[in-house]
Design a protein around this ligand. Structure first.
Ligand SMILES: NC(=O)c1ccc[n+]([C@@H]2O[C@H](COP(=O)([O-])OP(=O)(O)OC[C@H]3O[C@@H](n4cnc5c(N)ncnc54)[C@H](O)[C@@H]3O)[C@@H](O)[C@H]2O)c1
Length: 453
């Protein structure tokens, strides 16, 4: 551990900043999931000492053994981190007292009533407050509504410790822009938005991140940084909804939306391609926009675009189901009840194992509710883990894509287009393929009957 940067309430900003700039500080990362683990790797690789904290005891234990639990984070990278002598992971939060900066990367889901659930952020803030010492920098990285750092985290820390933000301790918000499975970008190469609670916090946060990210982008406040993250995710949610709506319209007109997008994107300006799909998934795009909706109500403002986008995206599994039923009816002369359906790709997006909010799970339960017999194939999800909404699916196992297996299903439903799926085998043996991702055509493949959905 590094030495105490400043004893007593009068801290030297210059001294702390200099230690951050030299990577001579210890960073605590709270929450070792999709966001926290890559941050640990990037900071350790840059030369910082890092302590990872998580309430799930399996994660620190696996990391200390040099094992990975995220398929896009290679085990050798974790092993190198564990063996560097600069990393440890623990469930013991007392270690928070020894670090110089604390990065909060805990979940920010929605409640059952679809309102922001800041309970993880609050619990973590309380744990930090118990050990907060002068000179520490605390950065919230979890996605949340504009004002959370200022109106929730700061008051909690100040009330529980008697310290003041900006003079005793320092507080900032810096959103994570992690894109799991995207090999072109990583924590270290994605510019980092940083907003401080006052100039001292901004300076310290910039000094902390600069050694391990490509570029820091300073904004004027924590609320601006929070709003920037939500803007990025709302931009995606709304544009995906737009192409999903176009998909339904063009489908009715007999026009292929995928061909339209390929043609439109040849325009060198003024058009950004987004792609239709079976509905939104993951911990970000289906959830984050509603953090703004909730906060906007306080100002008497309706977030119409966000609500409409949510509505359209929510309807996509129903559209897919309808297409599948019609395909069975037209090409197999049978109804859904008793039919065998193979879902290909359970994760919410390609080449990762994350099934949170995955439309594949929703489709699975919709199909079963109509009497279909469902199985799945996903090279990244060997067995269905526990989920809050789909308990009955837990433990189901991915089936192998053999010719015999494929031929035994009435429909193969491609929900997520992982690269590692044997698409030629599907084309060779499947009877009807319902393809939500243009997976076959984009690979120059075709099957006996292919329905785009
Ligand atoms: N997954 C992404 O691609 C992504 C991208 C950008 C931003 N974010 C945001 O980052 C935040 C974290 O998301 P994630 O995907 O990493 O979540 P995650 O579920 O993968 O990881 C969160 C981790 O926090 C741990 N945790 C929960 N409560 C805790 C507590 N009180 N103390 C310590 N650890 C605790 C969990 O055990 C888990 O390991 C969210 O706000 C999310 O919206 C996620």
């Amino acid at each position: 551990m590094t030495e105490d940067p400043a004893a007593g309430p009068h801290v030297s900003i210059d001294a702390i900043a200099a230690r951050f700039e030299r990577c001579a500080a210890t960073i605590g990362v709270v929450g070792l999931g999709y966001v926290g683990l890559p941050l640990c790797l990037a900071a350790t690789e840059a030369g910082f000492a890092v302590v990872g904290f998580d309430i799930d005891a399996d994660k620190p234990a696996m990391l200390m053994r040099g094992e990975t639990y995220l398929e896009h984070i290679p085990a050798p990278a974790v092993a190198a981190m564990a063996g560097s002598g600069r990393f440890r992971a623990t469930t013991d939060f007392d270690g928070l007292a020894q670090v110089d900066a604390i990065l909060i990367c805990v979940p920010t889901p929605l409640t059952r009533q679809r309102e922001p659930d800041l309970s993880f952020v609050r619990t973590t803030t309380q744990e930090i407050a118990k050990r907060l010492r002068p000179g520490q920098l605390v950065v919230l990285e979890s996605t949340t509504w504009p004002g959370t750092t200022d109106q929730v985290v700061r008051p909690l820390l100040e009330a529980l410790t008697g310290y003041r933000s900006g003079s005793d301790f320092f507080l900032a918000f810096s959103p994570e822009r992690e894109d799991p499975g995207n090999r072109a970008f990583s924590t270290a190469t994605i510019p980092k938005i940083v907003g401080g609670d006052g100039p001292a916090a901004a300076r310290l946060a910039e000094a902390l991140y600069a050694p391990f990210v490509a570029r820091t982008v300073m904004v004027s406040s924590t609320a601006t940084a929070e709003a920037t993250k939500l803007t990025e995710n709302i931009f995606r949610a709304v544009n995906i909804a737009l192409v999903n709506e176009l998909k339904v319209i063009f489908d009715a007109m007999g026009i292929d939306v995928w061909e339209v997008i390929e043609a439109a994107k040849t325009k060198p300006f003024g058009f950004t391609p987004f792609y239709p799909g079976p509905g939104l998934g993951g911990h970000c795009i289906p959830i984050d926009p509603f953090y703004l909706t909730w906060k906007a109500r306080e100002f008497g403002i309706a977030t119409k675009f966000i609500e409409l986008a949510g509505e359209i995206n929510q309807q996509m599994p129903g559209f897919v189901l309808d297409k599948l039923i019609r395909a069975l009816d037209t090409h197999a002369g049978r109804g859904l009840s008793g039919s065998r359906i193979l879902i290909v790709g359970l994760a919410y997006k390609k080449n990762i194992s994350d099934i949170r909010e995955s439309p594949a799970l929703r489709l699975w339960s919709m199909l079963e509710a109509r009497g279909a017999r469902v199985a799945y194939h996903d090279p990244f999800v060997p067995a269905v883990p526990a989920t809050r909404e789909y308990r009955t699916l837990q433990g189901a196992r991915s089936v192998a894509l053999t010719d015999g297996t494929l031929a035994s299903f009435d429909v193969v439903l491609i929900v997520t287009d992982h690269d590692a799926v044997d698409y030629p085998a599907i084309c060779g043996s499947a009877w009807i393929v319902v393809d939500c991702r243009n997976a076959l055509r984009s690979r120059g493949l075709t099957a006996k009957i292919v329905i785009s959905a």
